[in-house]
Design a protein around this ligand. Structure first.
Ligand SMILES: [Zn+2]
Length: 334
């Protein structure tokens, strides 16, 4: 797999923001450790903003590992999200983890802290982040249940099952973590445990509100909308119809020549599908969408078999039309 081909997808997904945000918090953790945890805490203790700033004070290596691990857990959830929503989901994940983590700490300091010292540590942020991932995975399972892509073909079915397994694993491991491994609802004197409890519960509430506000855009209404993710999975489904399967081409939305639904670009290994297909409800327009994709794939097939065909040469269209019949696409000239 050539990772460079996927860099535009990663960049537009907002994942870099999540990596940068969680790395920054981890670096600040390590910095407070280097500067001297007690000195930093003493300073924050006498500062009115102490309870807010103390979320970056180092507590244990596990917290730092957890912050970085969250990026890993979040990534598959992000790429299971409809393309149009990815950047917002990334920014929501980062901002809600931090804001909820800080809020949980501030609430604890204000109402539950009898020690006279501000509670410190980023574990509230980490638990909030884990809670957001947990909820996003639960909503992901719900989306899969409502948007059944198993009938689209072999590879769409494969990805449906893969994401069901990923979401299920994230939900179960989070439950295992908060109930058994790091029981956050069990009173303890070892640390300010209620911060974890608040962070987990507030983050659930915030994520439910977020998903509710973006309900249909997230595909939770059960309508399967055409986006680049669907087209790329479905490329593999349709590729099964070719006698000699095509190499893995990238399908993107890009302006095509007038009257043409899709185009093959051998120089980049891409199929450009007209943006007018973006956002269509798939099951209502399956024939048109499949035709558009197959049109580009058929041009690719002709190209790779040494018969590159330009639009506008009528005699060559005959060959295209007979090939189109073979894979179930509409003829070029009907
Ligand atoms: Zn054509």
């Amino acid at each position: 797999m050539d990772l460079r081909r996927y860099l535009p997808d990663i960049s537009s997904s907002g994942l870099y923001w999540v990596i940068a945000g969680f790395s920054l918090i981890s670096v600040l953790n390590v910095l407070t450790l280097v500067l001297g945890r007690d000195e930093v805490l003493a300073y924050f203790n006498s500062n009115p903003l102490g309870p807010v700033l103390a979320v970056v004070v180092f507590d244990t290596p596990w917290t730092v590992a957890g912050l970085l691990g969250l990026v890993v857990l979040f990534t598959p959830v992000l790429f299971g999200t409809p393309v149009s929503q990815r950047r917002s989901v990334s920014l929501f994940f980062l901002s809600s983890s931090v804001i909820v983590g800080v809020t949980a700490g501030v609430v604890w300091d204000r109402y539950f802290d009898n020690a006279g010292v501000v509670g410190a540590g980023s574990s509230g942020i980490a638990i909030a982040g884990q809670s957001v991932v947990f909820c996003l995975a639960l909503f992901g399972l719900f989306r899969l249940q409502r948007q059944d892509t198993r009938s689209l073909g072999r590879m769409s079915s494969y990805w449906w099952h893969a994401f069901a397994a990923i979401y299920g694993t994230l939900v179960l491991t989070t439950l295992l973590f908060v109930v058994v491994l790091q029981p956050i609802f069990t009173p303890t004197l070892q640390y300010n445990w209620r911060v974890h409890e608040f962070a987990f519960l507030i983050a659930i509430g915030v994520t439910v509100v977020y998903e509710g506000a973006t309900w249909s855009a997230q595909g939770l209404d059960g309508k399967l909308r055409v986006d680049e993710m669907l087209l790329n999975y479905h490329f593999d489904d349709l590729n099964d119809r070719f006698v000699r399967p095509l190499p893995k081409l990238r399908v993107v939305f890009a302006e095509t020549a007038e009257g043409i639904s899709s185009d093959f670009h051998p120089e980049t290994g891409e199929i450009w599908v007209s943006p007018r297909f973006c956002g269509l409800e798939y099951f209502r327009s399956a024939k048109e969408v499949d035709d558009a994709l197959l049109h580009g794939m058929l041009h690719a097939d002709l190209y790779y078999s040494g018969r590159p065909w330009q639009h506008g040469l009528p005699e060559a269209a005959k060959e295209f039309d007979s090939d189109a019949e073979g894979v179930g696409a509409s003829p070029e000239h009907s």
